[in-house]
Design a protein around this ligand. Structure first.
Ligand code: RP5
Length: 170
């Protein structure tokens, strides 16, 4: 199936984090592509990727980078597609804050929807939620995912009760 979400990252060293975005999208049945696009090392490739993304059929772009993380913002500056940024605590990062702030603090007019540090899974879920606004099959996948999340919590509540922890709420 033709990819409708583009997952890009500044380096292959980001892959252990960014893989979670691809995994959750696969679970939801959302076709995606994944590659390395570096803002600083391959600036022309970055511009080309952003320029071609919409015409290639992508609907949402997830971009992850660490350190001086310019990739998500620069992609957003070129494309009209929604861009979700994933700050990554990389080897060149100062506690991840550099990446968080680089991706989060975009100037007015050029938004990047930024998820938490290393939260590529949430980026995948958010991308699916955007697609779910016009694709009922994807929306149903997300609904059942959220039902599963809720059941897991209720199971934990029951376990704590069984273990004798007092709870006057239920
Ligand atoms: C960033 O620099 C990349 O997104 C990565 O998080 C970080 C380190 O890259 P490598 O030196 O491991 O290639 O641009």
């Amino acid at each position: 199936m033709h990819p409708i979400v583009g997952i890009i990252m500044g380096s292959d060293s980001d892959l252990p984090i960014m893989q979670s975005a691809a995994d959750i999208l696969k679970e939801f049945g959302v076709p995606c592509e994944l590659t390395v696009v570096s803002a600083h090392r391959t600036p022309h490739r970055m511009i080309e990727y952003a320029q071609q993304a919409k015409a290639r059929g992508l609907k949402v772009i997830i971009a992850g980078a660490g350190g001086a993380a310019h990739l998500p913002g620069m992609i957003a500056s070129v494309t009209t597609l929604p861009v979700i940024g994933v700050p990554i605590k990389s080897s060149n990062s100062i506690d991840g804050w550099d990446s968080v702030l680089s991706i989060l603090q975009m100037p007015n007019g050029v938004p990047v929807g930024t998820v938490a540090l290393n939260a590529a899974k949430n980026a995948g879920i958010l991308a699916a939620e955007i697609l779910g606004t016009f694709d009922d099959a994807i929306a149903e996948q997300i609904a059942s995912y959220k039902t599963r999340l809720s059941s897991e919590v209720i199971e934990k509540v029951e376990r704590l009760k069984k273990e004798g922890h007092e709870n006057k709420f239920d």
